[in-house]
Design a protein around this ligand. Structure first.
Ligand code: 5GP
Ligand code: ZN
Length: 111
């Protein structure tokens, strides 16, 4: 989609530090990390947010990728936070569905 930063990352119009890619999903390091591990997982299809995701098989694929990344980043034992900001009050700045994986440090109890 035009003017979507994450679509541009998918199309390699904007460089990113990729950690996973397949036909449907891309994961890359957040440009402004909020924790030692801060990875963004997105579907390649432009979907605005979790409410507009109607393909359960795609959600299952995203889940599988999240688990793989969590394992690779050694976050299983200590834990991590999975966040999908949605809409205005959720402070979603990029209107392309994405999941933040945050970890590698004891995170604040406050969001
Ligand atoms: P949101 O606030 O929408 O939940 O999260 C958007 C995230 O995308 C932010 O954490 C922000 O740092 C990240 N981000 C925005 N632009 C870019 C970019 O060009 N490259 C990368 N790697 N991350 C970006
Ligand atoms: Zn997009």
């Amino acid at each position: 989609m035009e003017d979507c930063i994450f679509c541009k990352i998918i199309n390699n119009e904007i460089p990113s530090s990729k950690v996973y890619e397949d036909d449907d999903i891309l994961a890359f390091k957040d440009i402004n990390p909020q924790a030692p591990v801060h990875i963004i997982v997105i579907p390649k299809k432009h979907i605005r947010n979790i409410l507009e995701l109607n393909d359960e098989s795609l959600l299952a694929k995203i889940h599988r990728v999240i688990k793989k990344i969590v394992k690779e980043q050694n976050l299983e034992e200590q834990g991590f936070r999975l966040v999908t900001n949605t809409g205005e009050d959720g402070c979603q700045t990029v209107k392309h569905l994405h999941f933040h994986i945050l970890g590698g440090i004891k995170l604040s109890e406050n969001l």
